[in-house]
Design a protein around this ligand. Structure first.
Ligand SMILES: [Zn+2]
Length: 109
């Protein structure tokens, strides 16, 4: 069985446990979806802000409904380049932190 060492009390805690048996620190595994979602929104917001004012989503949607194929491809390109940085960041963080174990000790009175 795999054990994780508690950073607060150095107790060996079996992997999968939700509380440290030594100091009652709460243990969470992996990345929180909420955190990834907020990261995605922030990165996408920054990307939108940095994009050329003429190339933002409203224009992209106009291009998408155009009858000309070249314009539709261009519209899709704009939408992809808007969301791709956020998706790549989320994927990178997920890959790096999906196996992480976090011990958080709450002080209760
Ligand atoms: Zn502990």
């Amino acid at each position: 069985m795999k054990y994780n060492t508690c950073p607060h009390c150095y107790n060996q805690v079996p992997n999968g446990a939700s509380v440290c048996t030594g100091c009652q620190a709460e243990i969470s595994y992996g990345v929180s979806i909420g955190k990834l979602f907020i990261l995605f929104l922030v990165i996408t917001g920054i990307t939108l802000y940095l994009l050329d004012r003429n190339l933002y989503l409203g224009k992209a949607l106009d291009l998408l409904i155009d009858s000309r194929v070249l314009y539709r491809v261009k519209g899709m390109g704009i939408i992809l380049s808007t969301f791709l940085p956020g998706i790549l960041w989320v994927a990178a963080i997920y890959k790096r932190e999906r196996n992480s174990v976090i011990f958080s000790r709450r002080y209760r009175r």
